[in-house]
Design a protein around this ligand. Structure first.
Ligand SMILES: [Zn+2]
Length: 393
């Protein structure tokens, strides 16, 4: 039987329910087995901290396999330059790649991250995931450069990655499209047929203004980008609608999908998600948006949409850290209309729901194994200048 731990601090934010003072969280192993009044426990048994306790975080979008790219890519060059840099740097010694994955997994765990939605193009993360304390949902990503003639070739290229990453117990996986500008309807159908109906989907969406231009039939940097990659998209016919609306015209659509980035999305795009049969989640990676394009999404539109919002770190090719806390700080720093409490929901329970882990993670509710993170406080509130958090459970 697991030793009980009695943990308290100046304040506890359970995410579901009101802030608590004078209470103690009882953990048996990883499981929150009870929440009791402080005076019911012998003081000597209680771990009492200065600060504020919150549940562990969920990172809804990462590319763990790109961790070796830390510090390698220039900032502020725009998405197309960024993608070119990442593609040109795919060749690294395997031990460098694997070592960076181990370190990044540890960093996320120490930073209070309990679960990660992780994009895979390769099988490098499989061993770390099998042994990690973090629950991973692996999104094995496919693309065919919008070319239905090449679909099977690309599909067969990526399928080994799908087979190799762990997909049992707390680790689940699905096959997903990369982005509207890289996935034909033919590949979309192939992906749909390969997944179970409960599969969670993810897609990179409207990260760059050139994406909508391509679909609207306007001059778009993506045409040159694909030509230079050796995969010209001369066959591609613009749809005349936004990239998001174009993707939603595919059928059949999945039950649940994470839309990642959405920096260029308009109100009409979010309405289209709402009106579709998809249970949609909006995922923001603010530090990556600043790193690549030096801009942030318009969160007031995200909020107005009523769609649940979650937070990702993206990868070490486009971030300085893999820290959900750091993403929270960026969001709050540049958006004073947002409250700490609502952004904490994005970072915890919303991400847990998005990955189908809300029965275990995302809030201090008895029976969950939510993790426990200590935040610094100042004047009774969370100190949003503090660089780091401390993982307690
Ligand atoms: Zn990404």
């Amino acid at each position: 039987m697991n030793q009980k731990r009695y943990i308290t601090a100046d304040k506890i934010l359970p995410v579901k329910g009101n802030p608590m003072e004078g209470k103690v969280l009882v953990f048996e192993g990883e499981v929150l087995s009870d929440i009791v009044e402080a005076n019911m426990i012998e003081p000597g048994k209680v771990e009492a901290y200065n600060g504020i306790l919150v549940p562990g975080f969920v990172n809804a979008h990462c590319h763990l396999e790109l961790s070796h790219m830390k510090g390698k890519i220039n900032t502020g060059t725009g998405l197309l330059h960024f993608l070119q840099s990442v593609i040109s740097m795919r060749e690294f010694p395997e031990e460098v790649i694997l070592d960076a994955i181990v370190k990044a997994d540890e960093e996320m765990h120490e930073g209070g991250i309990m679960a990660v939605g992780d994009i895979c193009n390769a099988i490098h993360t499989a061993t770390v995931k099998a042994n990690s304390n973090i629950s991973y949902y692996s999104f094995v990503e496919m693309f065919d450069f919008l070319d239905p003639v090449k679909t099977e070739q690309f599909y067969n290229n990526f399928y080994p990655a799908y087979e190799s990453v762990p997909g049992l117990g707390k680790h689940r996986k699905s096959i997903v499209p990369h982005a509207p500008y890289t996935v034909s309807e033919h590949l979309h159908r192939r992906i749909y047929e390969s997944n179970t109906s409960e599969a969670i989907w993810s897609i990179h969406m409207q990260e760059n203004i050139e994406e909508d231009r391509l679909f609207l039939g306007q001059e778009s940097g993506y045409r040159k980008f694909f030509s230079e990659l050796g995969a010209p998209i001369t066959h591609f016919q613009p749809t005349g609608t936004s990239s998001l609306a174009s993707y939603l015209s595919f059928s059949p659509l999945p039950q649940k999908m994470l839309f990642v980035h959405n920096t260029q999305s308009r109100e009409s795009d979010f309405k289209a998600i709402k009106a579709s049969a998809i249970n949609g989640y909006l995922v923001t990676c603010p530090n990556a948006n600043l790193f690549i394009e030096n801009q942030l999404p318009r969160y007031e539109l995200w909020k107005e949409s009523g769609l649940p919002i979650c937070i990702g770190t993206d990868s070490y090719s486009s971030n300085w850290r893999l820290s959900i806390w750091s993403e929270i700080l960026t969001i709050l720093k540049y958006n004073s209309f947002l409250s700490f409490d609502e952004v904490l929901e994005w970072a915890t329970i919303n991400g847990a729901e998005a990955l189908g882990l809300d029965s275990e993670l995302g809030s201090f509710e008895i029976g969950k194994r939510p993790g426990c993170v200590l935040l610094k406080s100042i004047g009774g509130d969370v100190d949003t200048r503090a660089n780091d958090v401390v993982k307690i459970v």
